[in-house]
Write a protein that binds this ligand. Structure first.
Ligand code: COA
Ligand code: ZN
Length: 298
């Protein structure tokens, strides 16, 4: 097990979008700088959505303006519609991550779209991103369960991935927005997406709401996936998912993978330091295990 696993840090976006704290733009930029110093090379640094829907991301344009572009980091902007894509292009995002949705109940509340409408929106938006010469990825949210509609039928996630492939999306993330996946379902969804969309690169996105997050990461890596989303400190959650909690914590994922012999390129001591700093700035405890228990071997 010496494979390289790339971690996409989503703390500055998925992490902060639902946190009770209100970080200033300069605190967000300090967070991003600290993550960069940990070795993060790909990061969701903001989202270009309606500021009424997600007030915590209202300053994403300022965040992108303030980024240190001399550092070798790919800053990803999240977008869900044409206005968001145009704003992300104007902000000189290095990559745009579009959100597809696998469930109707969540889709209507989160973005006013059914799954099919989200795919049609992607078809409309993709040419703008391609024309701008920016890499386009997509994340399929609630791919393992919808908080309002329950289980997602087999084939739905695969069908969305196939549409993403047709839209020229290079990488598809399978997202467990509300933390209801289990390792065996993770394997099945990965197989499904590979069958329906053989040309897309796979990424996984897990929330640790029901304590299955790390097991799900392990299942995905065992199934051959080598891009994993995680958030420093395990902060975060979606404002449109009841009882949502954070992503798997970056330092916990890095610990597990590196202990098993994988390479992430991230500095675990610095990640723990950054998560501790973050806890102070947020002013409330964070979910991370490594900040509590420390590294092993010491
Ligand atoms: N950026 C900023 N403002 C936007 C926007 C964007 N990308 N898209 C729409 N708006 C504004 C419109 O200009 C309009 O403003 P107004 O009321 O001042 O005229 C308002 O939002 C409504 O626009 P509309 O096109 O009717 O959108 P909607 O009300 O159907 O909402 C979304 C659709 C996608 C904009 C909205 O649901 C949203 O932003 N959701 C965010 C979900 C999210 O980020 N979830 C977490 C990550 S998955
Ligand atoms: Zn998420």
């Amino acid at each position: 097990m010496s494979r390289r696993i790339d971690i996409v840090e989503v703390g500055p976006r998925d992490g902060l979008q639902n946190d009770p704290s209100d970080l200033t733009t300069s605190q967000k930029l300090e967070f991003i700088e600290r993550l960069t110093a940990c070795g993060v090379r790909r990061m969701e640094s903001g989202s270009f959505v309606s500021p009424k829907a997600v007030p915590k991301m209202a300053d994403s344009a300022e965040v992108f303006r303030g980024l240190d572009r001399t550092k070798p980091v790919r800053h990803i902007a999240l977008a869900l519609n044409e206005k968001g894509v145009r704003r992300a292009i104007d902000a000189a995002a290095d990559e745009i991550n579009f959100v597809l949705v696998a469930g109707e109940g969540f889709g209507r509340r989160n973005q006013g779209m059914t799954p099919q409408e989200s795919a049609e929106k992607l078809m409309e938006c993709a040419p703008l991103v391609h024309e701008a010469g920016i890499p386009l990825s997509a994340t399929i949210s609630v791919a393992f369960g919808d908080p309002y509609d329950g289980d997602i039928a087999d084939g739905v996630v695969g069908g969305l991935a196939a549409q993403a492939q047709r839209a020229g999306v290079a990488e598809v993330g399978i997202g467990d927005t509300i933390g209801v996946a289990d390792p065996w379902l993770v394997e099945r969804r990965i197989e499904e997406v590979r069958m329906y969309a053989p040309d897309v690169y796979l990424r996984v996105h897990f929330h640790d709401t029901r304590n299955t997050g790390l097991a799900n990461v392990a299942a995905a890596v065992k199934a051959g996936v080598d891009v994993v989303d995680a958030s420093c400190g395990g902060i975060g959650g979606c404002p449109f998912a009841p009882a949502a909690t954070g992503n798997v914590a970056t330092e916990d994922v890095v610990y597990m993978l590196e202990r098993a012999g994988f390479e992430t390129g991230l500095d675990l001591s610095k990640l723990i330091e950054t998560a501790n700093w973050l806890e102070g700035v947020l002013g409330h405890p964070i979910a991370s295990s490594l900040t509590r228990a420390g590294q092993f071997p010491v």
